[in-house]
Design a protein around this ligand. Sequence first.
Ligand SMILES: Nc1ncnc2c1ncn2[C@@H]1O[C@H](COP(=O)(O)OP(=O)(O)OP(=O)(O)O)[C@@H](O)[C@H]1O
Ligand SMILES: [Mg+2]
Length: 182
Amino acid sequence: MMAGTTDSPGSASSDEAAGGGPAPAPARRSWLWHWPDEVACAASAQALAGTIATHPDLRDATIELLGPLGAGKTTFVRQLLRALGVSGRVKSPTYTVVEPYHAGGLDISHFDFYRFEDARELVDAGLRETFAAPGLKLVEWAERAGAWRPAADLQLEIEPQADESRRVRVRALTPRGEALLA
Ligand SMILES: Nc1ncnc2c1ncn2[C@@H]1O[C@H](COP(=O)(O)OP(=O)(O)OP(=O)(O)O)[C@@H](O)[C@H]1O
Ligand SMILES: [Mg+2]
C-alpha cells in the first residue's frame, strides 16, 4: 500500500519532490530474481556487499526493501550487514525506526518506517539529517515516508510465493543503482 505518498510535503529543499508529487522514478534497469530459500537470499546479499566494499563511490547508496509483512526484508538486510562485516545482533528497527552500524570504515543506517502513519513523522523524528549524512541507507517500508524519504538508488521488491520461495523485482533508479549490480 502506498499510504503517505499522496500528502506530499512540497518541501522547499527537496529537489526530487519539486513539482509537488512523488512520482515514482522510472527504473533505468530492472531484473527479476528468484530466491528459493534464505541461502539464495544470502548469496545475493554477499554479491552486493562485495560490490559496495570495492567501490567507495557506492558507499552512500540508498537501497529500499519493499514487500508485504514477512516478505523477508529484514532477513536480506541482516545478511547484507553480516556480509559487510557487521558482527553481533542485528535487530529489526520496527520500534526504534533506525539502527546505526559501522563496519569496515562504512557507516550504515537501517530504517524501518512501518509504524509511520504520516510521512511528517519522519521530519518530526529528526531523520532528515540522517538521510543527508554520508553512509549506506537500507530502508524498509520506505513508502510510508512518502516524499520525505531519501531518493532510492536501488529497490528490491520481495514477493513471497505460495511455495515460500521469493520473487524479487529489482530496479535500479540511478546510475549508482546500476553500478550496485554491475
Ligand atoms: N528468502 C527467503 N526464503 C524463505 N523464507 C524467508 C526468506 N526470507 C525471509 N524468510 C522468512 O520469512 C520470515 C519473515 O522475514 P522478515 O522478518 O525478514 O520479513 P520482513 O519483510 O522484514 O517483515 P516486516 O514487514 O514485518 O518487517 C522469517 O521467518 C524468515 O525466516
Ligand atoms: Mg522487517
